[in-house]
Design a protein around this ligand. Structure first.
Ligand code: ATP
Ligand code: MG
Length: 309
């Protein structure tokens, strides 16, 4: 069964701000999906529509067969969201935060209390269970919100930038937890950390100016770019003049050659001969992202003639 289906969603705010144009895609009912895109690309708008917070200007979407516009209350029973701007209520404790959310969703008190404890433990913040949220660090506050949605019975979870503000270790812990959950949940997250999407997601969508410009597994995204291999020269000079690919200079002054797999081997041989240190890898999501968002959007992006409505 499809977990989530978006059919030609458009959103224009106040009749003039075009936030989304013709977004269509589908996802299975389990696994991790990451939506990446620049500030203002439309990620939060899409998440808000799918979690029934916002009505699209045009188009429809279903989650596990339930229509987000026609049947929002049924959808709300099976989805839970941590919005981008969500803050844990300062004068509650993490445990109270989770329990009140679960009571609000219709769960009984003793079940809610049991689930709250389990979820706080899963997130590794059980020691803070009974402290006031306002006394917790920013990252722990964020974890309280994630613990809150994971304590619910919802199996479709939207996390809008869940790891913003987390330290590298906490971020890694959350990645591990989400990975463990992906056999039972559909987790839809947005992120600016491309490494996070690359490591975590089964499928990645790239949104740019409200349009879905690419979507697929890492391998599928890699097949959309001109050069699939990257060679990084260690050092701040470029000793190789090659026309087999493109050479770009990073802000740290190092050079990167983007090329094909076979040309990468040839260039690597030349570098070895010259005793120049380098590393070679398939292109990363970061390379792919830069390539895709710099490419002008063409007719294939699915935007109807005459623009958005
Ligand atoms: N409530 C609103 N009213 C009017 N315009 C809005 C509203 N919310 C968002 N927008 C506009 O819609 C567009 C998409 O915004 P959105 O918040 O969905 O982007 P985003 O990809 O989540 O960005 P970020 O990475 O900064 O969170 C932007 O042009 C934004 O200014
Ligand atoms: Mg956003």
């Amino acid at each position: 069964m499809e977990g989530l289906v978006c059919k030609s969603i458009y959103k224009t705010y106040d009749g003039r701000v075009r936030a989304l144009g013709n977004i269509s895609f589908s996802l299975p009912d389990k696994g991790i999906f990451a939506m990446i895109g620049r500030n203002g690309a439309g990620k939060t708008t899409l998440v808000r529509i799918l979690s029934t917070e916002l009505i699209p200007t045009k188009g429809s979407a279903t989650i596990k067969g339930l229509d987000v516009v026609k049947d929002p209350s049924a959808v709300r029973e099976i989805v839970a969201i941590v919005p981008q701007e969500a803050r844990a209520i300062p004068w509650l404790t993490p445990k109270q935060t989770i329990i009140s959310y679960l009571l609000y969703r219709g769960m009984g008190y003793s079940e809610a209390s049991k689930r709250a404890e389990e979820s706080l433990k899963k997130l590794g913040i059980q020691k803070s269970s009974n402290k006031l949220n306002r006394l917790l660090s920013g990252g722990t506050k964020r974890k309280v919100l994630v613990a809150t949605v994971l304590a619910s019975e919802a199996k479709v979870i939207f996390l809008d930038e869940p790891t913003t503000g987390l330290d590298p270790i906490s971020r890694n812990d959350l990645w591990k937890l989400l990975k463990d959950l992906k056999d039972d949940y559909l987790i839809f997250l947005t992120t600016h950390y491309l490494e996070e999407a690359e490591k975590l997601a089964d499928k990645i969508g790239v949104i740019e100016k409200g349009r879905l410009i690419a979507m697929g597994t890492m391998e599928e995204l890699r097949s959309k770019v001109e050069h699939q291999y990257s060679i990084r020269i260690l050092g701040d000079s470029n000793p190789i003049k090659t026309r087999k690919g493109v050479t770009v200079k990073g802000i740290d002054g190092t050079y990167q050659i983007l090329t094909s797999e076979s040309d990468a081997f040839e260039i690597a041989r030349e570098l070895i001969k010259k005793k120049i240190k380098f590393s070679t890898n398939p292109v990363s999501l970061e390379d792919i992202f830069y390539y895709l968002v710099r490419k002008p959007i063409d007719e294939d992006s699915g935007v109807e003639e005459g623009g958005w409505r």
